[in-house]
Design a protein around this ligand. Sequence first.
Ligand code: GLN
Length: 275
Amino acid sequence: MNRREALNWARRALFAQLNEDASLEGEILLKHVLKIDRTALFSSPDEDMTQAQLNELDKLIARRLEGEPSAYITGHKEFYGLDFVVDKRVLIPRPETEILVENAVSLTRSYKFTYIADIGTGCGCIAVSLSVKLIGACVYAVDVSRDAITVAKQNAARHGVKWINFLYGDLLQPLHEPVDIIVANLPYVKKSDLPVNGFEPVTALDGGEDGLDIIRKLIRQAPAKLNPYGCLLLEIGLGQAEAVELLLQKEYPSAKIQLFPDLAGIPRAAVMRLT
Ligand code: GLN
């Protein structure tokens, strides 16, 4: 069997479960087995697969059909144009989180901010993306999971941003001094909506009864750790925009709050500016 035939085989095998994603995910798994990129794959589609490669592909397809995300199988996920290593110790970065990064980049530039905190950094995708993009910024990356910090440090090293300050602890607590901008993709999934037998760490998703337990806690801690001219950026879930706006307004009555939708039209980023 050659590479083209193997690709079709993988896609067909995945189709029943993944529908339109089967095509892309089949390609991701095949590239992983062959340890080649897209260009190499499509420039030599007639090259024969070895038996070992076919066996390996078969195993990966079986894992994917068991529900394991491709990002955990390959150990990689692209975010904001950068490659991040991921494993089951951290949440897999989602494309919608790039909305937070975009906003953080433009606010940091226009307000000339220096001190940035990424709270609940996970694999570090936000902190690393911001550090790559905003040379000279001082970035703190906080997580309550030591495992997550280990993965995030690995990603920082991969992208040559060794100056990120990694802090272990609960939300804003480990910050010694107030920062100019807080960016946070915290757990916001309602307990009742948590995936059953999911592969991702539940602590990275579980936001309690209404999904807002952790966001509420962060907003309460903010006045002590956010500079009076600063910004607070939160990723939120479906149906949470109004409640989050109210929470922010209660703590900061004169703040300006803006919501940014994802591609599905769901308000996904709440951006609060104090000036
Ligand atoms: N967007 C993620 C999901 O729906 C949730 C991420 C989070 O809780 N921060 O699985």
